[in-house]
Design a protein around this ligand. Sequence first.
Ligand code: F6P
Length: 337
Amino acid sequence: MTEELQNDLNEQNKYIGILTSGGDASGMNAAIRAVTRAAIFNGFKVKGIYRGYEGLITDEVKELTTEDVSSIIQRGGTILKTARSEAFTTPEGRKKAYETMQKENIDTLIVIGGDGSLTGARIFAEEYNVPCIGLPGTIDNDLYGTDFTIGYDTALNTIVECVDKIRDTATSHDRIFFVEVMGRDAGFLAQNSAIATGAEAAIIPEDRTDADQLETFIGRGFRKTKNSSIVIVTESPKDQNGGAMYYAERVKKEYPQYDVRVSILGHLQRGGAPSANDRILASRLGEAAIQALMEDQRNVMIGVRNNEIVYVPFAQAIKNDKPIDKSLIRVLNELSI
Ligand code: F6P
């Protein structure tokens, strides 16, 4: 940390600002707690900014004490609330946000969110020379440079619980179920939940060629002793030729002999108490954010790779597509025979 910034923050008149932005993810509260407590432990003061960048524009800001973050580690959602701010994508919006920072004596910003939120942080940091640190908070697990994002593990466990239940009814009725899960353009949730539930197949954006091999998928379910089939499908928000409904309709037309149902898990995947893994990850990353500030890091996302804390420049975390491990596709294929 530069001497000037360190002095400013320690003079007790400057604050570290923290906000959560984009889709909420379980474990965000644990991260807010970790940042607040680690900051105070190291002699800094923290202000919480409400509703993401919206609150920075409209000045919805409040100092956070250690007590304010008591008993939140186990809660889903985010006590700071969140939003996808349209206004912050405009230069006028960011100007207002900067004015709020000056008015509130906020010197540095810690942003917990996904791709869009860190993109906002990057642009803002460059425009106004504000030190920003990002924490990966999204159930999609799609940020490059970190093995895991906060909220992914909880969402994955929620999906597994749901699919186990769907399996009971699928087997009882000899049906094919297409289960749609979140992930936007990333198949981590679909691929890994398929492995964890013993599903017959996963249709993921990273492996579109396979996605068209419906016959293979269906065949896997209806062979030998198997008389039902579960296919996990990543949602397809931008493309109508995707998502569970699309594949279910195709099967109904192309294989009318099968009894097909669709289950779209939707936003229940985003809620609930964070898993132990997400609480630990959020605590480690939140604490590391303060360490990073003290080391004069700026415009980096804190990540974890091979269980080690890493600093990933915003440009890398946002721009690069995080690849899915192809061996996971093989594992599912081999085990679902
Ligand atoms: O990015 C997290 C996520 O849950 C995606 O998986 C999903 O596509 C999107 O957010 C849904 O956003 P919203 O809650 O705004 O509809």
